[in-house]
Design a binder for this molecule. Structure first.
Ligand code: URA
Length: 237
């Protein structure tokens, strides 16, 4: 038996907090009866409706993909471009956890477990995302210090937990910088470098929480282990 709000969140329809609101507001039925009490326990044989729609009891699936360039991080695309979902052989209604730009490569988690996704994305859990950015130009110490002090993106100050110059290539006038952030704002890394005067030529995500690419080649994926899934659940604060 599980708590009703947890089951709703795990189905992916909404977050646990929103599920609680829906329950209190009388929008949730269990076996046809409106339940307004938070914490009501339900079992897998109970039929749960949210706003009149039966929630799915699909088996939970979890994947780690090495996202290639030229693929959109959505479940469908109005321009008919290839999506990350097209790369994974499953009938489950999985979706990407967070976003990588069309031209960004690297670690992307996909699942149909809403609660799991929320843990990885919720700012309070401060999940680390490690990026390697190839910049046009060679970044100065001053620009690195500005980043370390925090820059304002979309009206919010963001402070990376690490910025480190990894490689300099004077012949192509480029450099590679490792940056670790906790948030997942749209185009965050590109905007952060732009704030200090640099444009990102290439961007690769090397790690999310403890998930790294290991031996996955571009476009390859693997299922997460039950141990890894449990470890993500243990990150929830
Ligand atoms: N930051 C970006 O600018 N792009 C990404 O794809 C991910 C983080």
């Amino acid at each position: 038996m599980e708590r009703l709000q947890k089951v709703i969140a795990a189905s992916g329809v909404t977050s646990r907090r929103k599920a609680e609101e829906l329950i209190v507001n009388g929008k949730v039925r269990v076996n046809g009866i409106i339940i307004k009490e938070l914490g009501t326990k339900v079992s897998s044989s109970d039929e749960i409706e949210v706003n009149g729609v039966l929630i799915s009891k699909e088996e939970k699936e979890y994947y780690l993909l090495n996202k290639p360039r030229g693929v959109v991080t959505t479940t469908s695309d109005d321009k008919n471009r290839r999506t990350v979902i097209d790369l994974i052989d499953t009938d489950a209604r999985i979706y990407p956890v967070g976003r990588l730009d069309y031209d960004t490569t690297g670690v992307l988690i996909l699942t149909n477990d809403g609660e799991f996704a929320n843990i990885l994305m919720h700012p309070k859990n401060k999940v680390e995302k490690v990026y390697m950015a190839k910049l046009e130009g060679i970044i100065t110490g001053e620009a690195i210090n500005k980043l370390k002090d925090g820059v304002v993106i979309d009206g919010v100050k963001v402070i990376p937990s690490r910025v480190k110059l990894r490689k300099v290539d004077p012949s192509s006038n480029t450099c590679i910088v490792q940056i670790i952030i906790h948030e997942g704002k749209n185009h965050q890394v590109k905007k952060m470098f732009s704030e200090v005067g640099y444009s990102v030529e290439k961007l690769k995500r090397e790690r999310v929480a403890f998930f790294t690419l290991d031996k996955l080649k571009s476009g390859e994926y693997r299922k997460l282990t039950t141990k890894e899934v449990a470890k993500v659940y243990s990150l929830a604060k």
